[in-house]
Design a protein around this ligand. Structure first.
Ligand code: ADP
Ligand code: MG
Length: 725
């Protein structure tokens, strides 16, 4: 199978990726026995009545819980067994069918135990090689028997050979397959034959009528649903296998369209439900916001202003805002959040600001206090580490309404935190929080007897490519800050092999001695034998021993919260020159004077993590550098990641590559987001289909709600309820 196809299939559905891996690994053993066990295999699970429990369980593992799911269980790839190729003339780099008579078949023990069989077809001799085999295979391949072998022909040292082909004994002049053979994602113990037959029956018995008006389908130049699924399950032999494998055939486009349409419909429905809920309409009075703006040493960028206007408009509506504020690291999202918060306070309500780590939450607390206390507000800190008495006082201030602004970690979600009048919840680095936590915060505003919900503003510095934002956040509104504040110089990125670590240490020391501040990021704090990562502790000690004149600090997740904040504050004040850190500093940390960053074992980190870390420098006017230390040898993915981060400074570009490499599920933690994984569409490639699906969703909901519901029922069944958040 072409590599690209395999990758895409894996993106589309984790279970199928696993199944494919399994199938590939066990292929020889499974498929060689397939034909001989066919007659004895269990009855097809048609209609799901009279089907063995074990088979049902296996089907359920594939996500098949109703007969129609079989119709939507589409092939991963196809085998072309419609032609017998002569050995001398077999195309390479693809699986082909060869027929020949066995001339020799022996078990060899060098270089390792294997069954080696030679077949001959008049045009040449082909070696079949099996590393794992049942003894029966040697009998099946006894000299003189006529066999068909299906696999890829490779040209080895001893001539053409096939490793682990699928083999089958045939009679003289036996007919070949009339159509391509679909290969389905499966699970251990469920054979291709069983699946094929079940699917065949489902195709004949299920109602495949189109859910969409035929005029609409025609206008989109897509085939009918029944044509599309039948074609994909039973493609005709003259089809271009490449188109089909690459999922670019119109039949595939129809399926992807339908899937994306179901997703869009579902999300648009939730979106309109939200508009029917109540929230406090917060008028933009611009009393406090003006005072804060005039106290700032800078003016907002045009992009910040635009985002703020969007938020302002949403907050003044009587239904809950759910807006995602996206902007690259350092684009200045925090001040926009503060200004949004003031709109709530101006209206006599409260605002909560939540961050995923204590370091970041504390930094927000300091910032917000610095901005808001001078204009007369009370800002309260809530985190897990608070002493009992402090916590009691904080909760009291929040519950009584004496405090207008509460800043903290997920501790803000806890039941004991009761707001007097929460109108806006701000969640920073929202992708770090689970759906349930965000939901809990939203529900906080709904006090007894009051139906109204708080508005929600979510912020993320992991910029999401447009396709993903549209698809995964179709029920959110998105604002984008697409420019950095003036005067920033881009961070220069250097890739340095770990062998030159000493040089780097020396360079960092020299830079620090001339007044610059630096981060040294280590991936783990404890020695792990398997990973052999250098610990932050070790680095810290080494640096201190080697350069006693350098003021070094150490920060990691295991420190107590007051220790952490003391270290961060000292770094902020410039008392620490070199901060040795674990990735706890990854999100949000803002120290403008820091201009040098070293990241150890950069090859182990993901793209967005690297980009986030790098974003900790380059916040002031000074030229900043980020040194990525890597350990050789580099695997292909690590190499690609480092190249991308080296070549791209723009977070949106980095995210686009990340999407391509990892797929949307991993990029967003999609399972956590409550949105079902896409099985067929690929958000990195199918933007045009997504656009069409979105337009169609709007049109259907407006003009043909019945069709919209029928479509949702077909595609999501009872999974529709999962899409609540
Ligand atoms: P992020 O979007 O990554 O959360 P921050 O909100 O932490 O970024 O802002 C990064 C830095 O830029 C902060 O020190 C902030 O005070 C500063 N900043 C924000 N907006 C502007 C602006 N319009 N002009 C100059 N500096 C700004
Ligand atoms: Mg931030």
């Amino acid at each position: 199978m072409p590599r690209a196809v395999k990758k895409r299939a894996a993106l589309a559905r984790p279970s199928s990726a696993r199944a494919e891996g399994l199938a590939a690994g066990k292929r020889a053993a499974d498929e060689n026995t397939d034909h001989s066990t066919t007659a004895a295999s269990p009855p097809a699970p048609y209609g799901f009545t009279g089907v063995q429990k074990a088979t049902l369980d296996k089907l359920a593992r594939l996500g098949i819980t109703r007969p129609f799911d079989l119709v939507l269980h589409l092939p991963l790839r196809y085998d072309d067994e419609t032609h017998v190729h002569p050995i001398s003339d077999a195309p390479s780099a693809q699986d082909v069918l060869i027929e020949g008579r066995v001339v020799e078949c022996d078990v060899k023990y060098r270089p390792r135990r294997q069954l080696v069989c030679h077949i001959e077809d008049g045009s040449g001799v082909l070696t079949l090689r099996f590393l794992n085999f049942y003894p029966s295979l040697a009998k099946q391949l006894a000299p003189g028997s006529l066999v068909r072998a299906f696999g890829e022909v490779r040209h080895g040292f001893f001539g053409p050979e096939m490793v682990h082909p699928r083999v089958k004994n045939v009679r003289e002049e036996a007919p070949v397959a009339k159509a391509l053979t679909p290969v389905y994602p499966t699970t251990a113990g469920l054979g291709q034959e069983t699946l094929r037959r079940s699917i065949e029956r489902a195709l004949d018995e299920c109602d495949l009528t189109d859910t969409l008006p035929l005029s609409l389908i025609a206008a989109l130049r897509l085939p009918r649903f029944d044509e599309a699924v039948k074609f994909l399950h039973r493609p005709s032999p003259d089809v271009q296998l490449d188109d089909l494998q690459a999922r670019e055939h119109p039949a595939w486009r129809r399926i992807k369209f339908d899937e994306l349409l179901a997703q869009q419909l579902s999300m648009r429905m939730h979106y309109s439900k939200r508009k029917a809920a109540d929230a406090p309409a917060l008028r933009p009075l611009r009393t406090l916001t003006q005072r804060l703006l005039s106290s700032l040493p800078f003016g907002l960028t045009a992009a910040q202003q635009r985002a703020l206007n969007e938020v302002e408009r949403d907050l003044s509506q009587p239904y809950p805002m759910q807006r995602l504020l996206q902007g690259d690291v350092g684009s200045g999202k925090t001040i926009v959040a503060a200004l949004a918060g003031l709109q709530a306070v101006e209206n006599g309500a409260q605002v909560a600001i939540m961050a995923p780590t204590e370091i970041l939450a504390e930094q927000h607390y300091r910032k917000f206090s610095g901005w808001l206390e001078p204009i007369g507000l009370t800002v309260t800190w809530v985190a897990g580490g608070l002493r009992k008495r402090e916590k009691h006082a904080a909760l009291e201030a929040i519950a009584s309404g004496q405090t207008q602004v509460a800043v903290g970690t997920h501790a803000l979600f806890e039941d004991e935190v009761q707001f007097d009048n929460l109108a806006l919840a701000i969640v920073d680095e929202q992708h770090r929080f689970g759906v349930h936590q965000r939901l809990a915060l939203r529900m906080k505003g709904i006090r007894q007897g009051r139906r109204s919900q708080p508005h929600q503003l979510m912020m993320s510095a992991t910029p999401i490519p447009r396709t993903l934002a549209m698809s995964y956040y179709a029920d959110l509104d998105v604002s984008v800050i697409d420019e950095l504040p003036p005067g920033r110089t881009p961070v220069a990125t250097r890739l340095v092999a770990d062998e030159r670590r000493d040089e780097v240490v020396q360079r960092v020391r020299d830079a620090c001695m001339t007044g610059c501040q630096a981060y040294w990021v280590c991936p783990l704090i404890e020695e792990s034998e398997t990973l052999q990562l250098k610990t932050a502790l070790e680095t810290y000690e080494t640096v201190q021993a080697a350069f006693p004149e350098l003021k070094a600090g150490l920060i990691h997740g295991r420190l107590k919260s007051d220790e952490k904040s003391a270290v961060m504050a000292a770094f902020q004040r410039g008392e620490i020159q070199l901060l040795v850190a674990t990735t706890v500093i990854e999100v949000g940390v803002d120290v403008a004077n820091a201009s040098l960053m070293v990241i150890e074992h950069a090859e182990r980190m993901g793209l967005s993590q690297l980009h986030q870390l790098r974003g900790r420098v380059g916040r002031g006017a000074a030229h900043s550098t980020c040194i990525l230390l890597y350990q050789k040898p580099l695997g292909p993915t690590a190499r690609e990641r480092l190249k991308i981060i080296y070549e791209n400074n723009d977070g949106f570009e980095v995210a686009r590559h990340d999407l391509r490499i990892r797929g949307p599920g991993e990029l967003l933690g999609a399972r956590q987001s409550g949105v079902p994984m896409l099985r067929f569409a690929d958000l990195a490639l199918d933007l045009d289909i997504l656009d069409a699906a979105r337009d169609t969703a709007e049109r259907l909901l407006r003009d043909e709600p019945d069709a919209a519901h029928a479509h949702l029922a077909r595609w999501l069944g009872d999974k529709h309820e999962l899409l609540k958040v």
